[in-house]
Design a protein around this ligand. Structure first.
Ligand SMILES: Nc1ncnc2c1ncn2[C@@H]1O[C@H](COP(=O)(O)OP(=O)(O)OP(=O)(O)O)[C@@H](O)[C@H]1O
Ligand SMILES: [Mg+2]
Length: 362
């Protein structure tokens, strides 16, 4: 499955534009502000029905216009059309047939993206990390996504109920809370087991990739910890008993403390949190290896190689690391990288022998 063609109408700075892609390495070339990231954003919209830059879909519609259209053609898959209507919503069509549920669409066109905003993934809150990996795991398991949707809906209701109890000065564990927890505990358990397995697979791929690109013996890992404290009893029993123990503090702080919505994910480099000691370049290396690991993880579970979108790939990296990474990039099935200057890419050794890459001038 390859992305062959992308057509944009009234999307960001493009009134009307068409781009042709080919298997292997594609270079999206243009000066600052020419629309490179916007092209990647349109592809991301197509695959995951949302932007990676904003939670507000309407921001991606060209200023002063009321709608945008993203059309794309994929070999062995078909034609996809996404329409965004300002303050109204969006629709996804496959071969002119409306996709009724976005949750069924996620994962059909698997994708891995690296963008400058990913720095937030290292430095930001635990919630950003959870949301990020939920997006990755949802692409490979429909069951993961549907369990997560059900759990998150209940969690929102439970948190709203904690607020109500706070205003009523009621600090007891009542039957309403018990009903929520009995529904949420098995869902949270399911998510926990999925995450345990997925992080273990992802770690294997990450370690292999890291050692291929860095000759120093650095230990890297993603550490995943459940928010539940007790480990020796069954997950559901622990969940229900900790829910009762925590209740006073939860009502005071008006939010839940435990379950899949509060698990911790930490990036480690030589047993230290990546956030703390690592340099800019070391963080960037970590991120690129994570993305490549994500790609092989998706490939492992879905038997489909994802499309890679790499925005501003090699900034902050020295020549040695860049060249080692390049080896891993040249064999990918389809990758689109952005650049402002072809000479930079040439000097970094990113360009293979002439002719075996596709340049798309914006
Ligand atoms: N909704 C919109 N309507 C019209 N133009 C927009 C909209 N949103 C962003 N733009 C403009 O689109 C242009 C392209 O932005 P984009 O971030 O895609 O550029 P880029 O090529 O990635 O730049 P850089 O090299 O600096 O990363 C910018 O000038 C931006 O101001
Ligand atoms: Mg950009």
């Amino acid at each position: 499955m390859f992305l062959q063609k992308l057509m944009l109408r009234q999307f960001r700075c493009f009134n009307q534009a068409t781009f042709a892609f080919s298997p292997g390495l594609n270079i999206l070339l243009g000066p600052n502000g020419s629309g490179k990231t916007s092209v990647l954003e349109a592809i991301f919209f197509t695959c995951l029905t949302r932007s990676f830059r904003t939670p507000h879909d309407s921001e991606a519609i060209m200023r002063d216009k009321d709608h945008a259209v993203i059309k794309s053609e994929w070999t062995d898959f078909g034609k996809v059309r996404v329409t965004l209507v300002r303050n109204f919503g969006k629709r996804v069509f496959l071969n002119d047939v409306l996709e009724e549920k976005y949750s069924d669409w996620i994962g059909k066109l698997p994708i891995v993206i690296l963008s400058p905003d990913d720095a937030e993934l290292i430095n930001g809150t635990p919630q950003i990390k959870r949301q990020y990996f939920d997006r990755v795991f949802s692409q490979i398991s429909h069951e993961y996504l549907s369990t997560l949707i059900r759990y998150t809906k209940l969690l929102k209701q439970r948190n709203a109920y904690l607020k109500v109890k706070n205003t009523r000065n009621s600090f007891i564990y009542d039957t309403q809370l018990e009903t929520y927890d009995e529904q949420m505990a098995p869902l949270s358990e399911k998510i926990f087991f999925f995450r345990q397995e997925y992080f273990s697979q992802l770690n294997k791929a990450l370690i292999t990739l890291f050692h291929e690109t860095d000759s120093r013996k650095i230990h890297v890992s993603i550490e995943y910890k459940s928010s539940l404290k007790a480990k020796d009893v069954s997950y559901v029993d622990t969940y229900l008993s900790e829910a009762k123990q925590n209740i006073q503090n939860e009502i005071i702080l008006k939010r839940s403390f435990q379950g899949a919505g509060y698990d911790r994910i930490d990036f480690k480099r030589n047993q230290q949190s990546l956030k703390m000691g690592a340099s800019q370049g070391e963080k960037k290396m970590w991120l690129i290896c994570l993305k490549l690991a994500e790609g092989s993880f998706i490939h492992h579970y879905k038997n489909i190689e994802p499309l890679y979108l790499f925005d501003d790939l090699f900034s902050d990296l020295d020549i040695e690391h860049t060249q080692k990474l390049v080896k891993n990039i040249h064999h990918l099935k389809e990758i689109i990288i952005t650049s402002t200057d072809l000479n930079d890419l040439r000097q970094q050794g990113v360009l293979p022998e002439s002719g075996s890459f596709n340049i798309i001038n914006i």
